[in-house]
Design a protein around this ligand. Structure first.
Ligand code: GLA
Length: 699
């Protein structure tokens, strides 16, 4: 819609409307983002009604909080674009409308600054099924410029919101949620490690006042880029709020004439944080990830915590036989098979099978794994090089960073911006993938970069893309010391993430629950670890370990030789339950429940056709009160009846301390959706570090 004083555009899916409006030829502001507006809503009125009053002590007009706020218009906060000429002079763009193109699902707005020779475009793409809007900004320039900062299209933050939720973490402690109160000024998070990072997951949720997992309004954001991002959530002096996401500042090392933000994925929900979570889960699973095959997700066995670098063929064969017998369907040979890799000081980049450990190559192990009915996967850390490696001796200049840099795990990163480096790594990996029947790569990235550099990320993407094009049947898992490279950019090219190096089921329970705000089950690897966890020292029962792994893409990582007969039996039973249910569980929505007991972390995985669900209620600590508090379910049909069964009443050894007879201990119940969502389920008493699993079926 265009007239002389303003222009406006609207985007709709079934859950949200986004309205952009601009005065005259200026950049537009988001003047509405929320529940669907009536088709006949008058955008002219919305535009005029959106304007703020002017009072004392301020300019005579409020600077626009546009999709790319301009410093040249005295915008009082972080501008959307910071650039300099090639010679270093700051450039202050003042964009003017050029053209708009709109199709059913995509709006592209183009602006230019003719004096400075700058062309800015913003794109918004809706998705009617997933309800995620994908936004992107690009800048083209007539002469090369230095880019300091470019935000993906800038969104307003709701003002009826007291806090924002973002995600921090560390090695073995990924996906920790932070709640920060809004206040004047900015919350600025920037990841300068050159990879997505454990520390600053590129996501943000802004709940409106009163929102919980299952109720209320929330806005959510995810920046799909693996090179490190910057986020700004800022409250301006006038009270307006803006949210910016982009690459970490100054990541573009050279002056250039074309720049692009990564995709910013945004969604509005009016049914709690779960509305955002489900949108992201579905969008990632159904739109971003490109599966390598249509087989069901296989149960993994990964040998890392069983043998580390100590690869002995007979031991690995024995382990493989046992893993298959327990239900594993894919065997992943972790670090230690190449070069002279007896510990982590050496051999990264020498991707040739170690003849000391495998005198006849990997063939005998792979044949054994296949004979046991499993497929075979292998570990690489393609972007890395140890100074103690043949490649480093031949090409020290291929390593990124200075000679006196601090190493990380005794290693440097390769300069992935160099085509000859990418070709070398490609050739070595392709040789292994061509020689052996391998259907899976665990792709690791265990150190941060000396400095953020967008060429490095683009180089990694190019290498993965080339390998995927040439070996389309090979699936890839993104690992970076656990969850250090998880984002929708890497997941365009990979099919699974190693959420954490922690196989401690208690830690995992929490991490998985939080990660579900962004990640579906299909991509989230989760393994049953050793009885005594290697990263926490905690000893946890097999039932808890197995059920926590069964909440996501299940696997094992302990040495199966340590299992006693009861542990074997429980693991076999849970694995078989998982296989039996995976066809509907993998595409299911993970719904975080509002647990009345803070000691209980509970989620409900809901089939896409709503015909069934499973509830995992994990007891992460000791409750304050004596008796379990009722657990309310969500998103059921109020009038439908459901049969609810406590699946694992037999394999949590019922402690003598649960002496009563709650009905679920004995048999299934048949109840209405209303009762389940209002009164909720009363579970039997249980120890901390146990998990109740309930199946529900719509009758
Ligand atoms: C990283 C990974 C682990 C394992 C080791 C191997 O730490 O996160 O799972 O693969 O590397 O060195």
């Amino acid at each position: 819609m265009i007239d002389e004083t303003f222009q406006a555009w609207r985007l709709d899916d079934v859950r949200q409307t986004l309205v952009l409006a601009a005065r005259r030829t200026r950049l537009p502001e988001v003047v509405y983002w929320g529940p669907p507006l009536p088709a006949e809503e008058d955008l002219a009125t919305l535009f005029h009604a959106h304007a703020l009053d002017v009072t004392g002590g301020m300019l005579d007009e409020n600077p626009d909080l546009s999709i790319c706020p301009e410093a040249s218009r005295t915008f009082p906060g972080q501008p959307g674009l910071i650039i300099r000429s090639e010679g270093g002079t700051p450039l202050l763009p003042k964009f003017c409308y050029d053209r708009a193109d709109q199709t059913d699902d995509t709006l592209t707005l183009r602006y230019k600054d003719a004096d400075l020779g700058l062309h800015y475009a913003a794109q918004f793409k809706t998705d009617p099924d997933t309800r995620v809007i994908t936004c992107k900004a690009t800048l083209d320039t007539d002469a090369p410029v230095h880019l300091h900062w470019m935000a993906a299209p800038v969104m307003p933050g709701p003002q009826l919101s007291d806090e924002m939720i973002d995600v921090a973490g560390r090695w073995t402690g990924e996906f920790q949620l932070n709640r920060t109160a809004w206040s004047p000024g900015m919350r600025y998070r920037e990841n300068r490690t050159g990879r997505t990072g454990h520390e600053h997951f590129p996501g943000l949720i802004v709940p409106c006042r009163g929102a919980t997992n299952t109720l209320g309004q929330a806005y959510a954001f995810h920046y799909g880029w693996s090179g490190g991002h910057k986020m700004i959530a800022e409250e301006l002096p006038d009270g307006r709020r803006q949210i910016q996401f982009g690459h970490a500042a100054r990541m573009e090392v050279n002056a250039a004439t074309h720049f692009s933000s990564a995709s910013l994925y945004i969604t509005f929900s009016d049914d709690g944080l779960n509305g955002c979570a489900v949108a992201f889960q579905r969008h990632l699973r159904d739109r971003i990830v490109t599966p390598a095959n249509d087989r069901p997700r296989p149960v993994h066995y990964n040998c890392w915590e069983a043998v580390y670098f100590d690869h002995k063929l007979d031991v690995l064969k024995d382990i493989a036989t046992r893993a298959a017998d327990l239900g594993a369907e894919r065997f992943v040979l972790d670090d230690g098979w190449f070069g002279q890799r007896d510990d982590d000081t050496t051999s990264l980049s020498d991707w040739e099978v170690d003849p000391r450990k495998y005198p006849d190559g990997l063939g005998p192990l792979i044949d054994h794994v296949h004979a046991a009915g499993m497929s075979f996967g292998i570990w690489f850390e393609p972007e890395m090089i140890n100074p103690d490696s043949n490649l480093h001796r031949a090409h020290p200049d291929w390593a990124l960073g200075s000679e006196d840099q601090t190493l990380g795990r005794q290693q440097k990163a390769l300069n992935m911006g160099l085509p000859e480096v990418r070709d070398f790594v490609y050739d070595r990996m392709a040789a292994i993938l061509s020689e052996y029947p391998i259907d899976y790569i665990k792709w690791d990235h265990n150190r941060v970069l000396p400095a953020p550099d967008a060429d490095q990320t683009r180089g990694s993407y190019a290498l993965i893309d080339r390998l995927r094009a040439d070996f389309p049947a090979v699936e890839i898992e993104s690992c970076a010391s656990g969850g250090g490279r998880i984002d929708f950019g890497i997941l365009k090219r990979t099919q699974r993430v190693w959420l954490s190096d922690s196989n401690d089921a208690l830690e995992r329970l929490k991490m998985q629950h939080n990660a579900a705000l962004f990640l579906p089950m299909s991509v989230t690897g989760s393994h049953v670890g050793p009885r005594r966890c290697h990263t926490s020292g905690r000893v946890l029962d097999i039932s808890f370990r197995a059920w926590v792994a069964a909440q996501r893409h299940m696997g094992f990582e302990m040495d199966p030789r340590e299992l006693d007969p009861r542990e074997e039996a429980v693991l076999r039973e849970v694995t078989s339950w998982w296989k039996h249910n995976r066809d509907w569980l993998i595409p299911a929505d993970i719904l975080r429940l509002d647990s009345a007991d803070p000691a209980v972390i509970a989620e409900q995985q809901m089939a896409r056709d709503h015909s069934r669900f499973v509830v995992f209620a994990g007891k992460a600590g000791t409750s304050t009160q004596i008796a379990p508090r009722p657990l309310r379910l969500t998103r059921l049909e109020p009038d439908a009846r459901y049969r609810v069964t406590l699946v694992n009443r037999n394999n949590i050894a019922p402690p003598a301390l649960s002496r009563g007879n709650p009905i679920l201990k004995e048999r299934s119940i048949e109840v209405s959706g209303t009762w389940l969502m209002t009164q909720g389920l009363t579970l039997p008493w249980s120890f901390p570090e146990t998990m109740w699993v309930l199946e529900g079926e719509k009758l």
